[in-house]
Design a protein around this ligand. Sequence first.
Ligand SMILES: *Cc1c(COP(=O)(O)O)cnc(C)c1O
Length: 389
Amino acid sequence: MTIAGVTVYLKRPIYLDYAATTPVDPRVAARMIPFLTEDFGNPASSTHSFGWRARDAVEQARANVARLVGAQPGEIIWTSGATEGNNLAIKGAAHANRRGDSGHLITVATEHKAVLDTMQDLAREGYRVTVLKPGADGLIDPAQFEAALQPDTVLVSVMLVNNEIGVIQPIAALGALCRARGVLFHCDAVQGAGKLAIDVDAFNVDLLTITAHKMYGPKGIGALYVRQHPRVMIEAQIHGGGHERGMRSGTLPSHQIVGFGEAARLALEDMASDNDRIGRLRDRLLERLRTVPGMVVNGSLESRVPHNLNVSFALGEGVSLAMELDDVAVSAGSACTSGSAEPSHVLRAIGLADALAHHSLRITLGRYTTVDEIEQAADRIIAAVTGAA
Ligand SMILES: *Cc1c(COP(=O)(O)O)cnc(C)c1O
């Protein structure tokens, strides 16, 4: 099938793994192509029109990405994705704002590995790291959070939407507690961008990470918001050339950036209608899966994005649901068949028994999910579960 000159493959299996990555929207791909072929100039080339055209496109994209999160364009730093963005935010802010020769950091046990592993690296350097445990619903309690803040807390990192269970943390409330004590607050907002209204001021965040490939943009491009008022200092992790106001050097990938900008613009335009449609599909899927005895939903259903369903089934050991479901592309809480592999750190952190975590599915819907796909996926999941029970 061809949309806007771009071939789109609509083939089996049914894709219900939008939290892992999304296809590039054909409207985004169409905007990117001229920046690979004709308008290929280096945005840093200031002496000719090839450079000027690329720079203008990059700056337009920066404005679109800034608008998506309620920031000023000058507060957006391009990165290679959210893994780099989280590293730059956390290491960069910890190093630039260290008080004395140590410091205290706070994060949450259900964060993405790009946050948890970065925190662990800083712990090896001598920082003290508190890893908060959320409740069974996956949410952080603001009172418990406040009690964890210490006089030398430098930085806190809490995600907006969890990538496995889709729950939405009370970011604005946590941010207010940090702001009142002068503690820097970073938010990994990857799974919320394009799904929730994000406003860096209302959220009280100083640093916020997003990435294009989770919101119908290309892989390999992300953005870090760095607050300018009051100015937040971060130390560069990649040196050379002084691009992005010295915070992240390297020739800007203009085609990727143009794609990200268009994806951000479309996200704002389509957010309400996408959420409404996707939420109804998710609720229909849940209604179907509720017919399976012993099914449980992991994490809060109320404080959750409409795109996510994470469920567990009571099954015997040695059963691998994901293997049974070779025609439905979903993620499993554990990829193993023997039951010996580590279950998901997120499901463990919310207190789910390993036996249930081993038989969990993360089903994530997106812009191209159809009613037909949901009915077929429900049929197949129910058949796999009841066949395996
Ligand atoms: C996907 C993801 C990341 C990593 O993003 P990349 O751009 O793939 O490096 C970080 N955090 C969350 C919550 C994610 O879902």
